[in-house]
Design a protein around this ligand. Structure first.
Ligand code: ADP
Ligand code: MG
Length: 352
């Protein structure tokens, strides 16, 4: 597997109306060999453009694309040691599965015996031996996407690229396929860059999640880092559910900050330097709110039983606060209109 480094990468499109669209705005990124990295962000934030610049389908306006030790920024796709899996599968409709997978090797003029051996090995790995004679029209979406993955893997590229490969599949199959892709990726040990707008998919599959917004990287980190320590409100709101609350720094104690939330003091880890008296905003996830504590007495506005959780919406100083109480069976359930005591779990409070 190869590493992928992007240095000051920029793509500005000039539209037919002569407008400039900065699709990718000076991105820097390091992806290690064998890593599964996911670019996640809203539609139009520049994920596909970045991926296409790595693949060579799009030339950067500025910047460098390292694949392994080599800057490939001006090279054509076939000189880059990458293979891409697309959302729409992009299979040849008139070719059977075997020939679809063999196509790239034929272009490379590999010996027939080698082609047969490699295609059969991939078919076996993906448990698709029985499909080799079928054409794409005779297969389901999920099966076609597996062929498209097999076609990329058979090339044994240094880097595998995915652009929303599961978006056309139904929810259940999507979950099955993401587990399958992750398993294969780990078995083969191939560097993978995956693009999605689905945060659950990103969290479930990735070693590293890269949050993009309007052409820039807002944050990169493990799924845990991104969820527990978002750097700003955009990331906090994009990943999972977030309550953003106001507070003030009361004091600093070693690596901790004492933060005052509407008159109650909480001690939590500080990941930046704060000054005593500084006004801050903090993130608390719905599961970080403790029901039954008496730090605040709030009015319940919404109460919904979800099986694993009891979901509450309460009025917290004029704003909605979402609460998710795990494993509600046997616990007091509060109804809409009732008063409820709450507090915050200290280590779950993250100061922005
Ligand atoms: P994403 O994949 O995150 O949805 P894209 O990378 O496709 O986003 O697009 C990023 C921005 O660049 C969008 O504003 C999009 O409209 C614009 N864009 C993409 N391709 C072109 C193009 N060929 N010409 C002009 N603008 C483009
Ligand atoms: Mg896209």
């Amino acid at each position: 597997p190869k590493k992928v480094y992007l240095e000051n990468l920029n793509k500005t499109f000039i539209t037919t109306g002569n407008d400039k669209v900065v699709a990718v705005n000076n991105i820097n990124l390091k992806i290690k060999p064998g890593e599964f990295a996911t670019m996640l962000g809203p539609s139009g934030c520049g994920k596909t453009t970045t991926l296409r610049m790595i693949a060579g389908f799009e030339m950067p306006t500025q910047g460098k694309v390292y694949i392994g030790e080599e800057n490939v920024a001006t090279k054509t796709p076939d000189k880059r040691d990458t293979a891409m899996v697309f959302q729409n599968y992009a299979l040849f409709p008139h070719m059977n599965v075997f020939n679809n997978i063999a196509y790239g090797l034929k272009i490379q003029k590999r010996p027939k015996s080698e082609i047969k051996e490699r295609v059969q090995r991939i078919l076996k790995m993906m448990k698709m031996e029985d499909f080799s004679e079928r054409v794409p029209g005779q297969m389901s979406g999920g099966q076609q996407q597996r062929v498209s993955l097999a076609r990329a893997l058979v090339m044994e590229p240094g880097v595998l690229l995915f652009d929303e490969p599961l978006s056309n599949l139904d929810a259940k199959l999507r979950i099955h396929m993401r587990d399958e892709i992750r398993k294969i990726q780990q078995n083969v040990g191939i560097t993978s860059i995956y693009v999605t707008h689905d945060q659950e998919e990103a969290m479930a599959m990735s070693d590293k999640v890269i949050i993009m917004n309007a052409g820039v990287i807002e944050q990169e980190g493990t799924p845990q880092e991104i969820y527990q320590r978002p750097v700003n409100e955009f990331v906090a709101n994009f990943i999972g559910r977030a309550n953003i609350i106001d507070g003030e720094i009361e004091g600093i104690s070693g690596k901790d900050a004492i933060v005052n939330i509407h008159g109650i003091s909480y001690r939590t880890k500080a990941y930046k330097n704060f000054q005593t008296g500084q006004k801050i905003r903090a993130v608390i996830r719905p599961e970080g709110v403790i029901v039954g504590k008496q730090d605040f007495i709030v009015k319940v506005e919404k109460s919904v039983f979800m099986g694993q959780n009891q979901e509450y919406g309460v009025d917290f100083f004029g704003a909605n606060l979402e609460i998710s109480e795990n494993n509600p069976t046997g616990k007091t359930i509060y109804r809409a209109g009732e008063q409820m005591g709450i507090g915050f779990e200290e280590r779950a409070l993250h100061i922005l």
